[in-house]
Design a protein around this ligand. Structure first.
Ligand code: ZN
Length: 129
């Protein structure tokens, strides 16, 4: 019997990710020194436009310090488990206003309240089975 979405704890959900997560010194070796100042920090979740022009969301695993002409870049692990790491410049991080437009509220047919459009199918009042 499969679990309902709300029965899965965040810890369980994170399990698959945490074990493989590289250590800080490995990250520094791979991506260079961490940016001393950046708008977004490690561990923060952002929405952004990837190099291939797609809108994605993911977690920042490293903020690369600026070197010479190259500015700060975020190394982002996308939510898509099959995705590769993305290198995101601050200009490609979507601001909250951009996201709000995309996730406009709609009236939910199950509970008659307003939800984000992509949350309707997760409505607790949606009949199951
Ligand atoms: Zn609802």
């Amino acid at each position: 019997m499969s679990k309902e979405w709300y029965e899965e704890s965040p810890e369980e959900f994170a399990d698959g990710f945490t074990e493989e997560r590289p250590q800080e010194k490995d990250l520094e070796k791979t991506y260079g020194p961490a940016a001393p100042f950046s708008e977004h920090k490690r561990g923060e979740r952002i929405r952004y436009v990837s190099a291939d022009g797609k809108r994605r969301s993911g977690e920042i695993i490293w903020a690369q310090a600026a070197t010479g002409d190259i500015g700060v870049k975020y190394v982002v692990a996308p939510d898509d488990p099959n995705g590769f790491l993305d290198f995101v410049v601050p200009g490609d991080v979507l601001q909250v206003e951009d996201v709000t437009q995309e996730e406009a509220l709609v009236r939910c047919p199950y509970c008659n309240q307003m939800h984000q459009a992509n949350q309707v199918e997760a409505c607790p009042l949606k009949p199951r089975g």
